[in-house]
Design a protein around this ligand. Structure first.
Ligand code: ZN
Ligand code: ZN
Length: 266
């Protein structure tokens, strides 16, 4: 069964994406998918929407969403640059999937659609730095993921590529930010992980170093020098073990759980 889509967006010529909330009567609006003229409908039952003027026509609805998403991102970005505002591009942290976002709307930055910066691939959107070099590529993914050869070309080219999956409901948000579901080629812990994850990693590394230091000292005190695989080590005393944070933590946790059980019983 084919259901009619209540289009929340259309465009006004030449390139202005218009959300239904901002639509003005008497101004011509067109479909992102098929370029046919659209009309504004304010039904009593259905929410306000754009509809094809000729009544129901089948147009490439996936393409419509794709084109509308691109137009909103482009428009949001350009508006932010022009007004000194922010346009955030985001992607999930590799550790916890919380979104990491950066403002890309810096002065004199630019955006282009359907341009080629990676040989053999036309990118949906490319954000350029003020010096004209590509900063980040945005691919709008509606029906299927990137083709594997496109992905490979991007990986070889090494520009970060954010994959944004729009829906009709989230479309208006693209005027302020493009939060992707995935990113390719992001380099450096600073960019790959959120602040929380980086702090946890630092703490873990510090704990590991501390633990190694304690072992080293224990062995020194026992006169064994560095650990040798041929000599079995003397078992550590409880006091030695309690100086190892991981051991002390595990003990404390076990104690907490134990007392919890007792309370439940008692
Ligand atoms: Zn159409
Ligand atoms: Zn994280």
């Amino acid at each position: 069964m084919v259901t009619e889509i209540l289009y929340p967006v259309a465009y006004a010529r030449p390139h202005e994406a218009v959300h239904i909330e901002d639509a003005r009567r008497g101004r011509p609006h067109f479909c992102f998918g098929c370029d046919r003229e659209m009309v504004i409908r304010h039904g009593r039952i259905r929410r306000p929407h754009f509809a094809h003027k000729a009544g129901f026509v089948q147009c490439e609805k996936d393409n419509t969403l794709h084109e509308a998403a691109k137009a909103f991102i482009r428009q949001g970005f350009l508006h932010a640059v022009a007004t000194g505002g922010e346009y955030q591009v985001g992607y999930p942290c590799e550790g916890c999937e919380a979104p990491i976002s950066v403002n890309v709307a810096i002065e004199s930055a630019n955006i282009a659609s359907e341009k080629t910066v990676v040989k053999g691939t036309r990118s949906d959107l490319i954000v350029f730095q003020p010096d004209g070099s590509p900063r980040i590529i945005i691919e709008v993914v509606v029906t299927h993921d990137l083709e594997s050869d496109t992905k490979q070309r991007y990986e070889e080219a090494n520009y970060p590529v954010v994959m944004v999956k729009p829906s009709w409901e989230t479309l208006p948000d693209l005027r302020r930010a493009a939060i992707g579901s995935r990113i390719l080629n992001i380099k450096g812990d600073k960019h790959r992980y959120c602040n929380d994850c980086r702090n946890i990693q630092k703490k873990k590394a510090a704990a590991r170093a501390e633990e190694a230091e304690i072992y080293r000292r224990i062995e020194q005190v026992n006169g064994r020098g560095p650990r040798s695989p041929h000599e079995p080590l003397k078992p550590l005393t409880e006091e030695d073990l309690m100086r190892i944070p991981a051991y002390a933590n595990a003990k404390a946790k076990a104690k907490r759980l134990g007392s919890g059980v007792k309370r439940e019983r008692g």
